[in-house]
Structures are given as structure tokens and as C-alpha cells.
Design a protein around this ligand. Structure first.
Ligand SMILES: [Zn+2]
Ligand SMILES: [Zn+2]
Length: 189
């Protein structure tokens, strides 16, 4: 999933060059190593549209990525899907080389130039897999819930309370509460 930036150089002879990218990736194209350790799974085709604008050594990338991600509910642990349609605006500068090299100073200065999120490109190519992964992570909810009304799992028996009920709820199993319950009973008698 690399985008070869040298493609831009082959077009026209001006100093500023633009490239329009419109690609669709299948969920299977997302490497297992990226998918497994993360809290999401790509479950729909990924549509990536972007414009790359060359500006000296830097590239300004404006676009949008659309797909569906599968997450695990933080309360009931069931899988659910969310749509993603994220616009982004990034700036790519050459990856900094070893410290002490004047090139790295140059790259650092460029980073602070504006508010755009800065990424690095290596060997004349942009890693589209990484770009999309970053957008997906940004699109993830702080607390993934299958629904705001999700009732979660019973803390005692693990029953998914969205699907069925259990007998634990009315029972007071916390020892401190049980003692209190005992007190209440005594009072009633
Ligand atoms: Zn849930
Ligand atoms: Zn229960």
C-alpha cells in the first residue's frame, strides 16, 4: 500500500505538481499484523480519495477515507460495526535522518510551520496503510458501545443483559450489602 511520489515528478515540467488518487482496498488487504493488535477490524471496502500537492520537499495531502470498522462493545463485548467517513489534511515531509545531520534540523523546522498533522515519507513513497490506520484510530469512539442503551454483562454470571435476564440482579451478593440486608431483615422482624 505504498504510493510512489515519483509519479508526480513525471508529470509536466512546472515546480508544483498535483496528483489525484482514488483507490478502493478490500478488507483482506489490511495486513493481519495491523488488524490483530488494534481495537478494530476493517470489515468493509476502504475507499480512499485524496489529492497530493507537491510543495518543494513536502507534500500536502487532502482527502477522505470511507469504510466500516468492527469494534468490540466495552460493556457487553459483542462485536458491532461503525461507519467511518473521515476527511483529513496531512503534510508529508522527508523522514528525519540521523541526529546531527543538517537535514533533520530542516525537517523539524517544517513540522512547526503550520497546524497540519505532519507525517514522514521514506524512499519517495507514502505508506497508505499507515495513513489509513491513523485515520481509523482517530475515528474510534473513546468508549466503544454497541448502543448507548447497552445493558452490558451481569457482573455475577456473565449473562448478556441485552439478550436475556438472569436472577442475580435482585440478589445482594456484595458481602457489605448482604450484612446491611441482614440488618434490614432484623428490623422488619
Ligand atoms: Zn454492548
Ligand atoms: Zn447474573
Amino acid at each position: 500500500m505504498q504510493f510512489d511520489l515519483r509519479q508526480l515528478g513525471r508529470k509536466g515540467s512546472g515546480t508544483i505538481r498535483d496528483e489525484h488518487v482514488d483507490r478502493t482496498f478490500q478488507p483482506s488487504e489490511f495486513p493481519a499484523s495491523v488488524v490483530e493488535d488494534e481495537e478494530y477490524k476493517v470489515v468493509g471496502p476502504v475507499h480512499l480519495v485524496m489529492d497530493i500537492h507537491k510543495d518543494g520537499e513536502a507534500y500536502r495531502v487532502t482527502g477522505r477515507v470511507e469504510t466500516r470498522l468492527q469494534l468490540e462493545c466495552g460493556r457487553c463485548l459483542e462485536a458491532f460495526e461503525i461507519p467511518v467517513d473521515s476527511p483529513f489534511e496531512l503534510r508529508y515531509v522527508p523522514a528525519p535522518v540521523a541526529a546531527g545531520d543538517p537535514g533533520s534540523v530542516e525537517a523539524e523546522r517544517e513540522v512547526t510551520e503550520d497546524d497540519l498533522t505532519t507525517s514522514y515519507y521514506k524512499e519517495d513513497s507514502i505508506d497508505l496503510g499507515e495513513l489509513m490506520h491513523e485515520q481509523f484510530v482517530l475515528a474510534l469512539p473513546m468508549k466503544p458501545l454497541c448502543s448507548d442503551a447497552c445493558r452490558g454483562l451481569c457482573v455475577h454470571c456473565g449473562t448478556n443483559l441485552n439478550k436475556s435476564t438472569c436472577d442475580c440482579a435482585p440478589r445482594w451478593t456484595d458481602p457489605r450489602l448482604a450484612a446491611l440486608e441482614g440488618l434490614l431483615k432484623t428490623n422488619k422482624e
